[in-house]
Ligand binder design. Structure first.
Ligand SMILES: [Zn+2]
Length: 137
């Protein structure tokens, strides 16, 4: 969607990419989205936006882990063929790299989903802000 598509999107709110990369609140742009690690805070400390309303779920986790696993195995094979280092180099290198990639990727993808959901709701939430949709089937 191009910039300025709706007036609500341009009032000091971060773009989805920014919000995803830095864990910004999609409403006020402060860095309050994550309480710790990959855990969302329950609400924004600055503007009070209730993050628990957004149901991001674990959708990206499995998908992301598969992609990162494929990338890491490819890199490990490439390194082994190119430099054939001893085994402990692989263990020292790929275990922390994989963990960092999964945690970082989860943060970014969860924040991106929440920001996208916030944007999609921003338009419709103006008139129907009080309906409860907590009933998960
Ligand atoms: Zn906020």
């Amino acid at each position: 969607m191009p910039e300025g598509a709706s007036p609500q999107e341009t009032k000091g709110q971060p773009g989805i990419r920014q919000a995803a990369l830095f864990g910004l609140c999609p409403q006020c742009g402060e860095k309050t989205l994550f309480a710790s690690g990959i855990q969302f805070a329950s609400r924004c400390r600055v503007c009070g936006l209730d993050y628990s309303r957004f149901n991001v779920g674990d959708g990206p986790a499995g998908f992301l882990t598969l992609i990162i696993g494929a990338v890491m195995v490819t890199l490990a094979i490439w390194l082994d063929v190119a430099a054939s280092p001893p085994f402990w180099v692989h263990a020292l290198l790929w275990v922390p790299l994989t963990i960092a990639a999964v945690v970082g990727g989860l943060r970014v993808s969860k924040a991106a989903l929440l920001a996208a959901e916030y944007r999609n709701r921003a338009g419709e939430a103006v008139s129907t802000s009080s309906d409860d949709e907590d009933s998960d089937a």
